[in-house]
Design a protein around this ligand. Structure first.
Ligand code: NDP
Ligand code: GDR
Length: 361
C-alpha cells in the first residue's frame, strides 16, 4: 500500500486530495496545525478512529515553520509521495503578514525537501509543490504557459517563486523526483469564505434568504481562469505518477471577470441585478432599488494581478488531462451549496438561534 503525506490537509485541496487518494487505496497521512478551535471540518467525513487496528487516514500535528516537526513526521511515515499543499494562501493577507508568509510558503517547502534529504529518502519519496499562477503576476505573455517569465506581484507570490525554484534546484542538484504544479485559481463549495468566488456565492445566497443586505467587493475588473478543485487535485496525483518529474500549468484556458462571476451567481439566484456607476461608485441594484453589491477600497491590493489566463496544452498533450467541470457547472455547484447553507441558517434564525457568520477579509 502506497503512503502519501499531505501538508495543508485541512484546506480545500487537501480535503479533496485526501479523499481521492484514499479511494485509490493509499494510506493517507495529513499534517494539521494546532488550533484553539476545531479546524478539520473539511475532512471530518474521512476521520477514522485511531484505535482501529490499521487506520488508512492518520493526522499528525505539525507546522511548515517548524523543521523538527516535519522531520519527525517524514521519518515516522516514510512516505512514497509528499504533497505540499500547506501555505498562507491568501494574497491580500500576505501584504499584512509578509514575513510569516515567506516562512511558511518559501521556507516550508525547503524544510520538507531537506527533511527528505536528511532522512536519505531522495530515491523513495516523490514531492509535489503547490505552485501558482500568481507567479505570472504582471503578465508577460497571454496565455501563460510553462515557459512564460514570472513577475510576482505580492509577498505571497514572491514566496511561492522561491518555492518554485528550490523545487527545480533540488530536482537538478540531487536527482529528486520533485515537481511544480502551476495551478490557476480553482474553487469549489469547500473554498475558503474569504476568497472572492466563495465570498460572492455565500454573500449572494445569504442576501437571497434575507440574512445579509449587502456584499462589498474590491476590484470587479480582475479576470481569472477559474476551474474546479476536484479536477485539479487529480492532476497533482498524475504529476507524481510519471517516469520523469516535470512542471505543468493546470488551467481551463477560459477567463471571466469578478463582475461576470457576480452576474452569473445573481442570475442563478434570480436576483435581477442592474449595474450602475463606475470605479469606486459602481454598484449592483436589485429590482426593489436595494444596493446589493458595492465596492469597498479596503479590498483593493497594493499591487494587483489584473488578468490571468492559462494554457494547459502541455498537461493535455503529455498527461491526457482536461478539466471536466465547466465554468457554469462550477458556479452552479457553489451557488447551490451556499444556498442550502443559507436556508438552513435562515431557519435557525427564524427559530431564535444564532446563524453562523464569517467576518470578511
Ligand atoms: P487553503 O487556504 O484552503 O488551505 C491551506 C492549508 O494550509 C490549510 O490546511 C492550512 O491550515 C494550511 N497551513 C497554513 N499555514 C500552515 C503552516 N504554517 N503549517 C502547516 N499548514 C499550514 O488553500 P487551498 O487548498 O486553496 O490551496 C492549496 C495550496 O495550493 C496552497 O499552497 C495554495 O497556495 C496553492 N494554490 C491554490 C490555488 C487555488 O486556487 N486554490 C491555486 C494555486 C496554488 P489551517 O486549516 O489550519 O488554516
Ligand atoms: P487570488 O484569489 O488572489 O487570485 O489568489 P482571490 O479570490 O482572493 O482574488 C481573485 C481576484 O478577485 C479580486 N477581488 C477580491 N478578492 C477577494 N479575496 N475579496 C474581495 O472582496 C475581492 N474583490 C475583488 C482580487 O483583487 C483578485 O484580483 C488565489 C489563492 O487561492 C492563491 O493561493 C492562489 O495561488 C491563486 O488564487 C492562484
Amino acid at each position: 500500500m502506497k503512503k502519501a503525506l499531505i501538508t495543508g490537509v485541512t484546506g480545500q485541496d487537501g480535503a479533496y486530495l485526501a479523499e481521492f487518494l484514499l479511494k485509490k487505496g493509499y494510506e493517507v497521512h495529513g499534517i494539521k496545525r494546532r488550533s484553539s478551535l476545531f479546524n478539520t471540518a473539511r475532512i471530518d467525513h474521512l476521520y477514522e478512529d485511531p484505535h482501529l487496528p490499521s487506520p488508512h487516514f492518520i493526522l499528525h500535528y505539525g507546522d511548515l515553520t517548524d523543521s523538527s516537526s516535519l522531520i519527525h513526521i517524514v521519518q515516522k511515515v516514510q512516505p512514497d509521495e509528499i504533497y505540499n499543499l500547506g501555505a498562507q494562501s491568501h494574497v491580500q493577507v500576505s501584504f499584512e503578514q509578509p514575513e510569516y508568509t515567506a516562512d511558511a510558503d518559501a521556507l516550508g517547502p525547503l524544510r520538507l525537501l531537506e527533511a527528505i534529504r536528511i532522512l536519505g529518502l531522495e530515491k523513495k519519496t516523490r514531492f509535489y509543490q503547490a505552485s501558482t499562477s500568481e507567479l505570472y503576476g504582471l503578465v508577460q505573455e497571454i496565455p501563460q504557459r510553462e515557459t512564460t517569465p514570472f513577475y510576482p506581484r505580492s509577498p505571497y507570490a514572491v514566496a511561492k517563486m522561491y518555492a518554485y525554484w528550490i523545487v527545480v534546484n533540488y530536482r537538478e542538484a540531487y536527482g529528486m523526483y520533485a515537481c511544480n504544479g502551476i495551478l490557476f485559481n480553482h474553487e469549489s463549495p469547500l473554498r475558503g469564505e474569504t476568497f472572492v468566488t466563495r465570498k460572492i456565492t455565500r454573500g449572494l445566497a445569504r442576501i437571497k434568504v434575507g440574512l445579509q443586505k449587502q456584499l462589498f467587493l474590491g476590484n470587479l475588473d480582475a479576470k481569472r481562469d477559474w476551474g474546479h478543485a476536484r479536477d485539479y487535485i487529480e492532476m497533482q496525483w498524475l504529476m507524481l505518477q510519471q517516469e520523469k518529474p516535470q512542471d505543468f500549468v493546470i488551467a481551463t484556458g477560459e477567463q471571466f471577470s469578478v463582475r461576470e462571476f457576480v452576474q452569473r451567481c445573481a442570475t442563478l439566484l434570480e436576483l435581477e441585478l442592474t449595474w450602475q456607476g463606475t470605479g469606486l461608485e459602481e454598484k449592483a441594484i436589485d429590482k426593489d432599488g436595494n444596493v446589493v453589491v458595492a465596492v469597498d477600497p479596503r479590498y483593493f491590493r497594493p499591487t494587483e494581478v489584473e488578468t490571468l489566463l492559462g494554457d494547459p496544452s502541455k498537461a493535455k498533450r503529455e498527461l491526457g488531462w482536461v478539466p471536466r467541470t465547466s465554468f457554469d457547472g462550477l458556479v452552479k455547484e457553489m451557488v447551490e451549496a451556499d444556498l442550502n447553507t443559507a436556508k438552513r441558517d435562515a431557519l435557525a434564525v427564524a427559530h431564535g438561534f444564532d446563524a453562523f457568520t464569517v467576518r470578511e477579509t
